[in-house]
Design a protein around this ligand. Structure first.
Ligand code: ATP
Ligand code: MG
Length: 761
């Protein structure tokens, strides 16, 4: 135990060994918050103050949960696999699997990911005969999730006008549809758990008595519902509240757009009567130049709780900055640089390429691929989100739950079985009328269509029987065969990739049953069910075996919840690529932050409000603070995004960084920056100023100038909006558009063939 504590500084030690009372650790990046949290769990267990079953720990990603379990198992002499360590979604899923009856869900309920949810909404709107113009599906989805995250059911929605009434009605119909089909979206997992805890005192009491210690990482990014959930579970005003340790950093709050609420930190301190507020001010991650760069940047935010961060590590290398003419050249330069790093002995998985939007990854992937450098992309198009995999999963879902209409519609005519759109519409009408699942409405139809539909359902029925005794991998293979999916893709000319992916799904199933994962829930629940007789009748656990979920249900849950983390088991030893959001909590020896351009980072959607820019700046702070030893910042003068060439000004963030920590690998262009005079980054001077770069990079080619004569950074005048500065130019001819930041009216997009922009000065 003393080993465990030996490497902590005094503040960390104090935090780890706090008495069992509510506490908040508020500290900057890399100060050891996660380390303190993990060590405290080990300390509580190691000193006998808690058992592994008595601890609940919430992490932000599945990856973080796994890391925490790995670290714990290294620290503790006992098995940690069954511990309740996971994300909010993961833990709520586990809870609902145990309490499905009380939660009014089928035992095999399926999880709708974001894509599935959108298609469910589209189908619903069609059924309700609501025009997509009146209620755009994405907006409906956003509305429903927003309501759920605030704990609101359709009946609780405030109706102010016709539009809000419509939304509330759609939400109500959506609730009914999900209930009928036995599916739950991500937000539902949380809301449903919250409601069960709220409405069932005996269950609440049970978990309260069980989880005497609750620990939450990345607390700044919790939303309202998560906070309320915590309050129910911990019962801060009850006779015997659980002890909560929340750790967070207000400067790293980057999910406000998804409903996260930094205000939770204040509420928590008040409502949980927090006695212990601990600040950690020593950064152990980064060299001083990197840390200073991060500190200087975040100092530009007005609304901060205020923290200091220092390091005893030396200055280290300067932060390298480079400008490239195009995104293509940026990617080539990255590859060259990575080659040199690898040659110098850096490990591939210690090199991270970060970007603001997933769309930016494609060009970089192409360059890495051509150079035969192994890479791994987190997020983006995930393995479990590929069309052929989603098709296969739909078959598996139907084997598990014949009432899953989203899955039914996805594959009823795929591979093609001659079931026409009209037949399906009739089927949906019939099902709606009778309020039954699609599979049960077939008898209401007649003719050839009905026969084909029946054949489909019969095929599934037979497969269900045949699969009953199969192992999971065999079952997956069988489903791929009898569904005709494999055969379909084999016959397709470009189907080879898809066939390989389907085979990879069988591998994933094998890995799933042989590795951890599936064992986890059953084990935890067995232990829980056996030790607490009183709750047995509430749980779906067979106390004799501890059996809770079929391997298939568990696998499907895994596919929905852990899609992002588990893809590409191959290539662990690969360069890491991800969005800045996905990089939260992680650290790497070398970090590249790419695409640092106005409109991209900070993102154009955020530039209209001060709050938006502050959130982008926090995001940049998160990005910078991922680096241990070396940091690169890059931007391109022009970039092709969504099929359009855009000419972008370099990010304002460059002007917020201290000059003395930076080293420009390309000659630094005009000052730029907000408040100061704008100068164009499209410099004719590029070729004329061949300052020898310290590190070789691909020689630049001048990006061609846009034909309308305007340039990024130019001051212009518009008769209605007044004076402003051009931020972005894109498109050509009649499609040419400019984004202009007007001094009075903020940023606006203008079509250049209509808007009259006169250059000023
Ligand atoms: P973030 O805000 O980015 O999530 P964090 O505050 O959670 O960061 P950790 O990830 O826990 O920070 O720690 C950052 C790094 O510093 C880790 O590599 C960790 O092992 C190391 N570290 C933390 N505390 C100490 C210490 N007392 N001595 C040596 N190394 C430490
Ligand atoms: Mg952390």
């Amino acid at each position: 135990m003393s080993d465990l504590l030996a490497n902590l500084n005094p503040e960390q030690l104090a935090a780890v060994t706090l008495p069992a009372e509510n506490a908040l650790i508020l500290a900057g990046a890399g100060s050891g918050k996660t380390r303190v949290l993990t060590t405290r769990i080990a300390w509580l267990i190691g000193t006998g103050q808690a058992s592994p079953a008595g601890i609940l720990a919430v992490t932000f990603t599945n990856k973080a949960a796994k890391e925490m379990l790995t670290r714990l198992s290294a620290m503790l002499p006992m098995p940690v696999r069954g511990m309740w360590v996971g994300t909010f979604h993961g833990l709520c899923n586990r809870f609902l699997r145990a309490h499905w009856k009380v939660a009014a869900l089928p035992q095999t309920f399926q999880i709708l990911d974001t894509q599935d949810q959108l298609s469910a909404v589209k189908r619903l709107l069609k059924g309700l005969n609501v025009d997509e113009q009146r209620a755009p599906p994405k907006q409906v989805q956003w509305f429903i999730n927003g309501c759920k995250e605030q704990g609101l059911r359709a009946k609780d929605c405030e109706v102010r006008d016709a539009q809000s009434r419509l939304m509330a009605e759609i939400y109500a119909a959506y609730e009914a549809q999900c209930q009928r089909e036995g599916v739950a979206d991500f937000a539902e997992l949380l809301l449903r758990t919250y409601e069960v805890l709220r409405d069932h005192a005996e269950i609440r009491q049970h978990y309260r008595a069980r989880f005497r210690h609750i620990l939450i990482d990345e607390f700044q990014d919790t939303n309202r519902l998560q906070y309320q959930w915590l309050k129910l579970l911990a019962g801060p005003n009850e006779a015997q509240p659980s002890a909560v340790l929340a750790v967070g950093d207000d400067d790293q709050s980057i999910y406000a757009f998804r409903g996260a609420n930094v205000g939770n930190m204040d509420d928590y301190q008040r409502e949980f009567h927090v006695h212990h507020l601990i600040k950690l001010e020593h950064n152990y991650r980064s060299h001083a130049n990197i840390l200073q760069t991060a500190n200087a940047l975040i100092a530009h935010n007005a609304r901060r709780l205020g923290k200091n961060l220092r390091t005893e590590a030396g200055a280290g290398e300067p932060v390298r900055v480079i400008e490239q003419p195009t995104d293509q050249q940026e990617a080539l330069w990255l590859v060259e640089e990575i080659r040199l790093l690898l040659r110098d002995g850096y490990a591939r998985d210690q090199i991270a390429l970060l970007y603001r939007s997933n769309a930016q990854s494609r060009v970089i992937e192409g360059a890495l691929f051509n150079a035969a450098i192994p890479y791994r992309v987190y997020g983006g198009m995930r393995f479990f989100e590929r069309a052929e995999i989603k098709h296969a999963l739909a078959y598996l879902r139907l084997l598990d739950n014949p009432h899953d209409d989203t899955a039914f519609l996805r594959v009823v005519n795929f591979p093609p079985r001659g079931i026409g759109a009209r037949t399906l519409e009739q089927l949906q009408d019939a099902a709606r009328l009778r309020q039954v699942p699609l599979a049960d409405a077939i008898s209401a139809l007649g003719g050839r269509g009905a026969a084909s539909l029946q054949a489909f359902v019969d095929m599934l029925g037979r497969a269900r029987v045949e699969c009953a005794a199969m192992s999971l991998p065999d079952l997956v293979r069988h489903a791929l065969d009898v569904s005709g999916l494999l055969e379909h893709y084999r016959a397709e000319r470009d189907g080879q990739d898809r066939v390989e992916n389907l085979e990879e799904l069988i591998n994933a199933a094998t890995a799933f049953v042989t590795q951890e994962g599936f064992g986890l829930d059953a084990e935890a629940l067995r232990e829980q069910a056996l030790s607490e007789q009183a709750l047995q009748n509430l749980q779906a656990v067979d106390p004799a075996t501890g059996e809770t979920l079929s391997p298939l249900t568990a696998f499907l849950t895994h596919a929905a919840l852990e899609a992002g983390d588990n893809q590409a088991q191959a290539g662990q030893d690969a360069v890491q690529m991800m969005t800045v959001h996905a990089a939260k909590g992680l650290e790497f020896d070398v970090v590249f932050i790419t695409g640092l351009e106005e409109g991209l980072f900070p993102h154009e959607n955020a530039m209209n409000e001060a709050d938006g820019v502050e959130e982008e700046r926090r995001l940049m702070y998160v990005a910078i603070t991922r680096a241990r030893k070396r940091l690169y910042l890059s931007h391109a003068q022009s970039r092709i995004l969504h099929g359009q060439t855009r000419y972008n000004l370099r990010s304002r963030f460059f002007d917020e960084l201290p000059e003395d920590t930076l080293k420009w690998l390309s000659p630094k262009a005009g000052a730029g920056g907000f408040g100061g005079a704008y100068r164009p980054t499209l410099r004719a001077a590029w070729n004329a100023a061949p300052a020898a770069p310290a590190v070789p990079f691909t020689p630049a080619v001048q990006a061609s100038a846009p034909p309308h004569g305007l340039r990024v950074g130019q001051s212009v005048f518009h008769t209605k909006f007044g004076e402003g500065v051009i931020l972005t130019l894109e498109g050509q001819g009649t499609d040419a558009r400019a984004q202009v930041r007007f001094h009075r009216h903020g940023p606006k997009w203008l079509a250049l063939n209509i808007a009259k922009l006169t250059p000023v000065n």
